[in-house]
Design a binder for this molecule. Structure first.
Ligand code: COA
Length: 166
C-alpha cells in the first residue's frame, strides 16, 4: 500500500468543519456512543485529537488522554471511515499514535476494546502486540446503563512503549 498521501495531524478544538467530519466517522463506527463535534472539541482541549487525512480528506481519527506524571497514555478511541477500512490505514494511524506517544516520553499506552471486536483486537493484539491486563464485565440490564453497548464485556489492553532508563 502506498502511504505517501496519508498524513496524521492534530485537530484543533475550534476546527468545527474537521470536528463535524470526525463526528460522522464516530457515528458510523460507534452509533449512539459516537462522540459529537462538541465532545471531540473537548477531547482536543483536554487531550490529543488526531485526524488521518487522505489527500486532504479526513478518513480516520484517534483520541488520546494522558494524566500528568502518569508516564503513559490512554487511547480512548480509534476509527477509520467505513469505506476506507481494510486498506492498512488503521495500522498506519496506530503506528503514528505510538510514534507520537514515544516522542512525548510515554512509556505505555492502554485502551479498552469490546471482546467481540475481532478486527480491532487483531490490530491491537496481533499487529501491535498489546496484551490483555484486565476484563471489564458487561453491566447487564440496568436502569443506569440502558445502552446495549455497556452490556458487552471489554478488555483492557496495554502496550509497553519503552523501558524507563534507571
Ligand atoms: C478497527 C479499525 C480501526 C481497523 O482499521 P483498518 O484500516 O480497517 O485496519 P487495517 O486495514 O489497518 O488492518 C489492520 C489489521 O487487521 C486485519 N484486518 C483488517 N480488516 C479485517 C477484517 N475485516 N477481518 C479480519 N482481519 C482484518 C488486517 O489484515 C491487519 O492485520 P495484519 O497486521 O495481520 O496484516 C477499523 O476497522 C475501524 O475503524 N473499525 C470501527 C471502529 C472500531 O471498532 N474501532 C476500535 C475501537 S477500540
Amino acid at each position: 500500500m502506498t502511504q505517501e498521501n496519508l498524513v496524521v495531524r492534530h485537530v484543533q478544538p475550534g476546527d468545527w468543519s474537521a470536528l463535524y467530519e470526525l463526528s460522522k466517522i464516530e457515528l458510523d463506527s460507534f452509533g449512539k456512543d459516537g462522540l459529537t463535534p462538541l465532545n471531540l472539541s473537548l477531547f482536543a482541549r483536554g487531550g490529543i485529537l488526531l485526524g488521518l487525512f487522505l489527500d486532504g480528506e479526513i478518513v480516520g481519527e484517534a483520541q488520546l488522554l494522558s494524566r500528568a506524571n502518569s508516564g503513559g497514555a490512554f487511547l480512548f478511541g480509534l476509527a477509520v471511515a467505513q469505506q476506507c477500512q481494510g486498506r492498512g490505514y488503521g495500522k498506519f494511524l496506530l503506528q503514528q499514535v505510538i510514534e507520537e506517544l514515544k516522542n512525548e516520553g510515554c512509556q505505555w499506552v492502554e485502551l479498552t476494546v469490546a471482546a467481540e471486536n475481532e478486527v480491532a483486537r487483531h490490530l491491537y493484539e496481533n499487529s501491535f502486540g498489546f496484551r490483555q491486563i484486565a476484563l471489564i464485565p458487561g453491566e447487564g440490564d440496568s436502569d443506569l446503563s440502558p445502552d446495549a453497548s455497556s452490556d458487552e464485556p471489554r478488555l483492557v489492553l496495554r502496550k509497553e512503549l519503552c523501558k524507563a532508563v534507571l
